[in-house]
Design a protein around this ligand. Structure first.
Ligand SMILES: Cc1cc2nc3c(=O)[nH]c(=O)nc-3n(C[C@H](O)[C@H](O)[C@H](O)COP(=O)(O)OP(=O)(O)OC[C@H]3O[C@@H](n4cnc5c(N)ncnc54)[C@H](O)[C@@H]3O)c2cc1C
Length: 484
């Protein structure tokens, strides 16, 4: 029996699993998909919010304010890209300026440091590509940008290094109460654990209902985005928000941590928890909204559109508590924005909840907080590159010409703990396919490397989720596949 089973390997589940791996515990991290970070964690704005936005007194406000300052240390330990570039909420009218004043006061109540209200000239000096009618802004220098999937992957890798068992392709279908614990049913195997932590994102309400009859409800709230080529990444220096509305923070424009420009999201409630398609009408809305921030956004440099699903709870706030009815089941649910920013503080809080429930947790002396950095070949000096190629010739073979990724980096991404097994898994770890051609040139080569490293046929390689095969048969060269 495991001491603790964490269901869901998004940023919340991986943070909690890694935090728990500091203690002498047997931990399972259970994920329905074939990789970590395949849910909402892979599709959001990637902003570590300063924390002025949420209502004072809510869990959102508390954990955002506590979580934000933790990122410098965590990203250093895990070698994850993070930049504290600051954020602006811009005002376009006197009504907006009143909202900005309210946000400032809310920020003070939430304990957010260093905020300032700027006038129009000050804002345009910081961001020369804003429209001329910007009349002022709330500036919060502690806001940052991060690669959210890189963070979750790094957390999972470090958790596994510290003894957590990652059980991929284990979709939880039932949670059965046992004396002193739970049996978690999945088609792959059943898992028994004393404590269950439910971090299943948009599906967390279903997991709770498997064990308890007191329900909460999660509505998937879809948000759609444009990603622009790196040419456009330098257009803005900070995260630029508009004033928030009923459905959230509204369409924003931000550089990404890798130098692209990200624009979005809209907000649309749906009843389909898997529907992450983008639609022409909503993307047009995003484009028109972004034009209020700047009319200089070069939409002819869009390289990708995508959508993510917020886990919007009917309670209006994060749900982080042990179920009153199903003792030993801790729900960490409804973690919509600012969930990424709040994640490290949520993880610490959950450990404290367990300490209360399970008694003393024994710290391990051999916990290693450090993750080996993903080597970025193109960032090395010429001497370092030459030395590396001498040691391993695969670093001398460029696979992705847009993002300059070598075969050596791809092989490393596959062979690491919690390593990649899919084309998208490689893409999220070392970025082939993230550039302008979106994998047009490198994808077949990535597939070849994956097949070779995993001892599989190329026809078995999937893009992302189970069954998402890319090839259907050979067109020439092998009789084995003729006619198939
Ligand atoms: C459009 C958008 C923009 C956002 N922008 C920001 C932002 O800029 N800053 C910020 O702080 N936050 C932001 N957020 C919120 C942030 O993305 C989320 O709070 C965070 O990603 C939630 O992580 P999670 O681990 O709870 O969920 P997920 O990443 O969805 O992880 C849940 C995991 O559970 C697994 N799972 C589900 N059901 C089962 C099952 N039955 N069995 C096993 N596994 C299961 C899923 O496959 C998934 O991997 C945004 C969200 C959206 C949608």
């Amino acid at each position: 029996m495991y001491d603790i089973a964490v269901i869901g390997a998004g940023v919340i589940g991986t943070f909690i699993a890694r935090e728990l791996s500091r203690y002498s515990l047997k931990i399972a991290l259970i994920e329905k998909d074939n990789d970590v970070s395949n849910g909402t964690t892979k599709a959001n704005s990637g902003i570590i919010h300063a924390g002025y936005d949420s209502e004072p007194g809510t869990s959102k406000a508390k954990f955002n304010a506590l979580g934000n300052p933790m990122f410098d240390q965590i990203c250093k330990e895990l070698a994850v890209s993070f930049k504290r570039i600051g954020s602006l909420v811009i005002g376009l009218s006197s009504r907006d300026m009143n909202t900005i004043e309210e946000l400032y006061i809310r920020g003070l109540a939430n304990g957010i440091p260093e905020m300032r209200v700027l006038n129009g000239n000050e804002v345009r000096k910081m961001e020369p590509n804003l429209n001329d009618d910007v009349s002022g802004a709330l500036y919060a220098p502690t806001a940052g940008i991060i690669d959210p999937w890189e963070l979750a992957i790094a957390l999972a890798e470090n958790a596994v290094e510290n003894g957590v068992e990652l059980l991929l392709n284990h979709r939880v279908t039932a949670v059965e109460k046992l004396p002193g614990g739970y049996r978690i049913h999945t088609p792959a195997s059943d898992i028994e654990a004393e404590y269950v932590i439910n971090c299943a994102g948009v599906h967390a309400d279903e997991i709770n209902s498997m064990a308890a009859s007191t329900h909460f409800h999660i509505t998937p709230r879809r948000g759609q985005y444009f990603v622009l080529d790196k040419y456009a990444g330098g257009l803005f220096n900070t995260v630029v928000f508009q004033c928030p509305g009923k459905m959230g923070k509204g369409v924003l424009v931000t550089p990404t941590v890798h130098g692209n420009l990200l624009i979005g999201p809209d907000a649309q409630d749906t009843d389909d928890k898997e529907n992450v398609e983008t639609t022409a009408d909503r993307l047009l809305f995003v484009r028109e909204s972004a034009a209020k921030i700047s009319d200089r956004i070069p939409f002819n440099t869009v390289i990708r559109t995508f959508a993510g699903l917020r886990a919007h709870p009917n309670t209006g706030d994060f749900i982080i508590e042990e179920s009153k009815e199903a003792g030993g089941l801790v729900n960490v649910a409804g973690i919509e924005s600012p969930g990424l920013s709040a994640a490290p503080a949520i993880a610490k809080h959950v450990v404290e909840l367990l300490r209360g429930a399970a008694g003393k947790l024994k710290e391990r002396s051999d916990f290693n907080p450090l993750r080996r950095k993903m080597l970025k070949f193109m960032e090395l000096s010429d001497n370092e590159k030459a030395g590396l190629i001498r040691k391993d010739h695969r670093y001398g073979r460029i696979i992705c010409r847009c993002e300059h990724v070598t075969e050596g980096e791809i092989v490393d991404a596959i062979r690491r703990k919690a390593g990649a097994t899919t084309v998208s898994g490689i893409k999220r770890r070392v970025r082939p396919g993230m550039g302008r051609c979106q994998g047009g040139f490198c994808e077949p080569k990535v597939m070849e490397i994956l097949a070779r490293e995993m001892g599989k046929d190329m026809l078995e390689i999937v893009k992302e989720e189970k069954g998402s095969f890319i090839l259907t048969g050979r067109t020439k060269g092998s009789q084995d596949y003729e006619g198939k």
